[in-house]
Write a protein that binds this ligand. Structure first.
Ligand code: PEP
Length: 280
């Protein structure tokens, strides 16, 4: 965290705790949020493999009407999976997007290109993209605004490293990311953002945050949004990601500020992913 941000964020902490208490008081009267479970397939599954998955998955999710189920395959499988899920409630989203409509950006994919396929949204800011592809909060702010302008669903990932958690920096890291990433979101659209709390130490490691840790961070995220707009904070969906499995999904999703999950490894298996969707 840049040094000059520290005092501002310490001040933010006190008001955040009080906003968190207020948000908890308001929770009883808040509108019911629709749970969302998203599969992040990362760089897994060819079109043929995606097809095999969907045949088994769609066959078993029929009655899951109260949950938004989103699958994020690699770009190469987007068109085929959209076609395959056309008569199902499953939504297909991308794992990343470029904020410009077109231009000299070799290897990138734009929002109009995704919209043309019928893509429903995109994950942005996954820690693997922040880490391996130097994705900055400034770029994420532009991507987020562009997705919302195109009426696509953004799933924004935020989360701390293990060293940051051990150093007591979780709150300041989340605040820094949220403030920067949500900076260009117009107030009227803030409630449409899905925020995935993904502690980096829990992603792909088999180590899951405890329900208490995940709830605490999710409440903090909601409270930070409430400082800007309380209605949006009540509407915004905060999901948890980090080694979610059929065995731990229910107790995580049961927490008041956790509205579902972003699932990596366990979403590659149709039976496991159905079980996780059912838990929501
Ligand atoms: C992810 O990649 O967003 C993720 C949460 O992965 P996993 O479930 O494998 O930890």
């Amino acid at each position: 965290m840049p040094e000059d941000k520290a005092p501002q964020q310490r001040r933010g902490s006190a008001s955040l705790r009080s906003a968190s208490r207020e948000a908890a008081q308001e929770r009883r009267s808040a509108p019911q949020r629709r749970p969302l479970v998203a599969a992040n397939w990362k760089m897994h599954k060819t079109i043929a493999e995606a097809d095999q998955f969907l045949e088994r998955f769609i066959g078993s999710i029929g009655e899951l009407e109260a949950v938004d189920v989103v699958i994020c395959p690699p770009y190469t499988a987007l068109a085929a999976t959209i076609e395959r899920t056309r008569r199902s409630p499953v939504l297909i989203a991308a794992q990343n997007v470029h904020e410009s409509d077109s231009g000299a950006f070799t290897g990138e994919i734009s929002i109009p290109m995704l919209s043309e396929l019928g893509v429903a949204g995109a994950i942005i800011g996954h820690s693997e993209r922040r880490q391996h592809f130097a994705e900055s909060d400034q770029a994420l702010a532009r991507k987020l605004a562009a997705l919302l302008a195109a009426d696509l669903l953004p799933i924004l990932c935020v989360g701390e490293t293990e060293a940051q958690r051990d150093g007591g920096e979780t709150e300041s890291v989340l605040i820094t990311q949220l403030d920067a990433d949500l900076a260009e979101v117009p107030g009227a659209k803030l409630g449409q953002v899905v925020i995935a709390y993904e502690p980096i130490w829990a992603i792909g490691t088999g180590r899951t945050a405890t329900p208490e840790q995940a709830q605490e961070a999710s409440a903090l995220i909601r409270a930070r949004v409430a400082e800007r707009d309380r209605e949006a904070a009540a509407a915004i969906r905060v999901v948890y990601g980090g080694s979610v499995k059929p065995e731990n999904a229910a107790e995580l999703f049961d927490r008041p500020d956790i509205d579902g999950g972003l699932v990596g490894g366990a979403s590659l298996d149709p039976e496991d992913f159905v079980a996780i969707c059912r838990a929501a």
